[in-house]
Ligand binder design. Structure first.
Ligand SMILES: [Zn+2]
Length: 229
């Protein structure tokens, strides 16, 4: 065992891996709940711009089914210490916290759309700062397979850090010309005339740029055939 100091830069933090517990739905006379298990937990990385896409796409009325799917795919928006025995978490708490996460994500979209002039509510700022607490520097004890007392990353921490990272890097939001997905890019790349029309500024991914190119070639080929007749 040894003492470790952990401090992640925003860039490293966004690359962090989430531990997603196994989730089962349960119900008693009093309430609905989720049973979270450490066994069967998987590790996953949050996709880029998750807060502008999946996060902002959470519905206004989050039901049990949506909350269950979200927890199974991305984990919980708050920290739950997992143990070998399944941990019971009230479903209504998951739904309530997911609502706060959605509010931040949807605000971030409106903030970009407003030209970064909107002011967030105190609630949104407080939620974001609480989520960012997961990244504060701390000392931990290294044990086999990880760090004890180190930070435990939740999807809330990653969502807040994705937005904070984009704010810090002065990135702009764009809509992919092929699939319509939101993505962010460096300001210089979007505003300098030289780079205005590169694929990086028009498409969310290489695959969308390629698919758009294929479609254009197909259309041109069809037009070509049409003109011969
Ligand atoms: Zn796309």
């Amino acid at each position: 065992m040894s003492l470790v100091f952990s401090f992640l830069s925003p860039a490293e933090a966004i690359q962090s891996v989430l531990r997603v517990p196994s989730v089962e739905y349960g119900i008693t006379l009093e309430s609905d709940f989720f049973l979270l298990g450490r066994s069967g937990a998987t590790e996953t990385r949050l996709p880029e711009s998750f807060y502008l896409r999946e996060g902002a796409a959470l519905p206004e009325d989050i039901d049990l089914h949506t909350a269950h799917d979200f927890a199974q795919n991305w984990g919980l928006p708050f920290e739950v210490p997992l143990s070998d025995n399944p941990v019971r978490v009230p479903a209504r708490k998951v739904i309530r916290e997911l609502g706060k996460l959605r509010n931040l994500c949807q605000f971030a979209v409106k903030w970009f759309e407003s030209g970064k002039t909107l002011t967030p509510s105190r609630e949104i700022l407080a939620w974001a700062n609480a989520a960012l607490d997961a990244w504060k520097p701390r000392l931990g004890i290294s044990v086999s397979g990880g760090v004890e007392n180190g930070s435990s990353v939740t999807v809330a921490g990653l969502v807040a850090m994705q937005w904070a990272g984009d704010i810090d890097a002065e990135r702009e939001m764009r809509l992919c010309e092929f699939c319509g997905a939101r993505f962010t890019l460096q300001r210089g790349r979007s505003l300098s005339g030289k780079h205005r029309t590169t694929t990086a500024t028009r498409f969310c991914s290489h695959s969308c740029a390629n698919r758009q190119g294929n479609q254009r070639r197909r259309n041109q080929a069809e037009e070509g055939r049409g003109s011969i007749d």
